[in-house]
Design a protein around this ligand. Structure first.
Ligand code: AHR
Length: 523
């Protein structure tokens, strides 16, 4: 009796001490990790990127040409090559976007000075000289070990044009298109594992109805061939999918196309104001209301993925068709003084949180979400890299994608999370988001995000099915919500070693700083 009383007093005292150690409003988060159970594999393609002929993404971003004073390898910027190598980009989408449905691939092959120009009607009305074409894109992917994801022109092209492009890129025969490729200096075909059959066919890609597009998918799909026999030559075909919550589109595509497609593309952009017509909000000049609305709106991805997956599950319970979120990210007003058609914006600590939340959502739905492409890779929308002539910087979004790349191809592990709320006015979202996985070497990684820009959160993780002695990792945080990297201060936001985690018995405990993203490895 006496010993029970003493133990109770001891526990009470320990609880009071622990509570006293927490900052005033820190209600703490709890997480249970069950490492004895495995979830689906997190497809590395979830960490994909998007490069469109838009603004300064291709020209100035990736490509400066062999004669540029900017250090380059065969015309590709050396600084960009190094940054993308470190990022471990698994797949890259090209040439658009809306641009893809006006792109005629034959204009982008052969001697550059002889290539015809075109007007880029969607993006600033600038003249595109076609100096970056099929060879330049596929060679770039090959140089970096990235899988190319090529979007065919369905809106203004022809089936024959698409069919011949695929033959040009992937056939090893003594055939007309393969020989044309050889005549332009490339003997062996490239490996092109992913093809999109049009882009946003419900909008800039032709304003089609779902059933008209479904018929077009079936037609293009018939004539686009796998020229190399066997699994190595199999090309996955990704259909244009829904815009945001257009569930009828998904229903029609699943009904009329079904397993003829390997993936269905979903597009969802995060706008702080949710307003496509008026101001979308500034990328750097915002107060807490827009910090909050941005994070709240980006969490809509969870609802979209869940509801589209439910429809897909009815037609495809074996999950043969992947949900491919091949455009996602923030979309703000362009940087003052820049071309409105170039979509150039900065990326702050807020974007780092957006990236972490979306990647966690994709991990949680890894049974259905097989690919994703943040828009876009350089100098456009939520970029991981910005360039200014010879200068280059990586953004907070880059750092999150690099820190999280340990999840690529790893097996997801179930986590049960209880988070305090982060509230602004009457609205609230969970402050903490988390994900866990085990990689091929058996290492367990946990990633966390704290959306609250004011309060740190103490996280207690109960570890089951694994024994750990310690946890080490990195943290990304910044003094202000809008801290960002500039060409004069390129390291204002960068990851630092995270040393605050302790493991006692079966519990990992640490304080997640306000507005932060953390990656931990269990040792
Ligand atoms: O990423 C910018 C544009 O957004 C793409 O070209 C288009 O597909 C989408 O509407």
């Amino acid at each position: 009796m006496k010993s029970t009383l003493l133990r109770s007093i001891g526990i009470l005292a320990a609880c009071l001490l622990a509570a006293a150690a927490l900052p005033a409003a820190d209600q703490g988060a709890t997480l249970t990790l069950d490492a004895s159970k495995s979830g689906p594999v997190i497809n590395k393609n979830i960490y994909g990127h998007f490069s469109e002929h838009l603004g300064r993404c291709i020209y100035e971003g990736i490509w400066v040409g062999e004669d540029s004073p900017i250090p380059n390898t065969k015309g590709y910027r050396n600084d960009v090559i190094a940054a993308l190598r470190a990022l471990k980009v698994p797949q890259l989408r090209w040439p658009g976007g809306c641009f893809a449905d006006e792109y005629h691939w034959r204009d982008g092959i052969g001697p550059r000075e002889k290539r015809p120009s075109m007007i880029n009607t969607h993006w600033g009305g600038v003249v595109e000289n076609n100096h970056f074409g099929t060879h330049e894109f596929l060679d770039f992917c090959e140089l970096l070990g990235i899988a190319p994801y090529v979007c065919l022109n369905v809106g203004s092209g022809t089936v024959q044009e698409a069919m011949e492009w695929v033959e040009y890129m992937t056939s090893d025969a003594q055939s007309p298109m393969a020989n044309l490729r050889r005549a332009h200096g490339r003997d062996k075909p490239w490996k092109v594992p992913y093809l999109a059959i049009g882009n946003e066919s419900w909008g800039c890609g032709g304003n089609m109805t779902a059933s008209f597009y479904a018929d077009n998918f079936r037609r293009y799909n018939t004539f686009v061939k796998n020229y190399i026999p066997g699994p190595a030559g199999r090309i996955a075909r990704i259909a244009c999918g829904p815009n945001e919550g257009n569930y009828e589109w998904t229903e029609t595509l699943m009904k009329d196309v079904g397993n003829r497609m390997n993936g269905l593309a979903l597009h969802y952009y995060t706008l702080p104001t949710g307003n496509w017509r008026g101001s979308k909000g500034s990328s750097t000049n915002f107060a807490e209301d827009q910090w909050f609305s941005t994070l709240q709106r980006t969490l809509k991805m969870e609802e979209l993925v869940t509801k589209h997956s439910e429809i897909m599950d009815r037609y495809d319970p074996q999950k043969r068709v992947g949900l491919v979120v091949d455009e996602w990210g923030t979309w703000y007003d362009v940087e003052p003084g820049t071309n409105g058609g170039f979509l150039y914006q900065q990326s702050t600590m807020r974007d780092a949180l957006v990236a972490a939340l979306n990647l966690h959502i994709f991990h949680a739905h890894a049974d259905r979400v097989t690919m994703a492409n943040i828009a876009q890779i350089i100098n456009v929308l939520q970029s991981v890299i910005l360039t200014d002539k010879e200068k280059m910087l990586v953004t907070p979004t880059y750092h999150v994608m690099e820190m999280f790349n340990v999840h690529q191809g790893a097996t997801s592990l179930p986590v049960a999370l209880t988070s305090p709320d982060y509230a602004v006015g009457e609205s609230k979202i969970p402050a903490v988001s988390a994900s866990a996985s085990r990689d091929a070497a058996g290492k367990i990684h946990l990633s966390f995000a704290n959306c609250d820009p004011n309060q740190p959160v103490t996280v207690a993780c109960r570890l089951t099915g694994v024994t750990a002695k310690s946890a080490t990792g990195r943290v990304l945080t910044a003094p202000a919500m809008n801290t960002h990297n500039t060409f004069s201060a390129p390291d204002a936001v960068k990851p630092a070693a995270f040393t605050g985690a302790t493991v006692a018995d079966d519990t990992l405990t640490f304080v997640l700083p306000s507005k932060s993203v953390v990656i931990l490895e269990l040792n």
